[in-house]
Design a protein around this ligand. Sequence first.
Ligand SMILES: Cc1cc2nc3c(=O)[nH]c(=O)nc-3n(C[C@H](O)[C@H](O)[C@H](O)COP(=O)(O)O)c2cc1C
Length: 206
Amino acid sequence: MKTLLHIIATPRGNLSNTLKVSAAVVKSFQEQHPDGRVDAIDLFGENMPPMTLKATNGKYLLLSGKELDDQTLPAWKPILAQIQRFLAAEYVLISSPMWNFGMPYVLKHYFDAIVQPRYLFHYTEKGPEGLATGKKVVVVTSRGGDYSEAPGKSMDQLEPSLRVMLGFIGIPDPTFINAQPMLASGPDAAQKKIDQAIATARRLIF
Ligand SMILES: Cc1cc2nc3c(=O)[nH]c(=O)nc-3n(C[C@H](O)[C@H](O)[C@H](O)COP(=O)(O)O)c2cc1C
């Protein structure tokens, strides 16, 4: 049984532009994997482990090749649980609006919690190496403006930063579906772009 982990970084539920497109991605997955499982993480509803002093101390222990200790383990239990959840999924769908040119803070928090040495990356003689390999990752974003071409393209901090993050953990080829503009050209243009993005999502192969 294959698992699709759906990471939801919008608080807007039924109002969400992004989730309208993501629903089509989920539908494509379910059609192709009728016995598949969808594990949804609502980042605005679920508390992610805070990266406190004890949590960051644990990270530095692992970075220096040591083990987590009694001081750091309690803070790390929820971090390890989220890491296992991420690693257990063969497929990952990230649903993210653009907020102030980048990702909403909850999504950054999620990555700050799970991108950990020994689990999602490690260092080799050739430098850092991602450990979350072999996953198919789809990222659905929506934006109020249109950042697909210059001069707006250089202001897009969402797709480039997610590509760096995912590349670092071993996912070099995520598929992006960007619905844009959702605001700048009015509701009819927005609906057209959502429909186009849904059509792309329905053609995805899982
Ligand atoms: C806090 C906040 C910040 C935003 N910042 C941007 C931005 O920098 N650029 C942009 O084009 N749209 C911005 N928007 C608009 C959203 O990206 C756009 O409406 C998107 O479709 C919302 O997705 P959702 O409906 O799935 O939440 C912002 C919206 C919010 C609520």
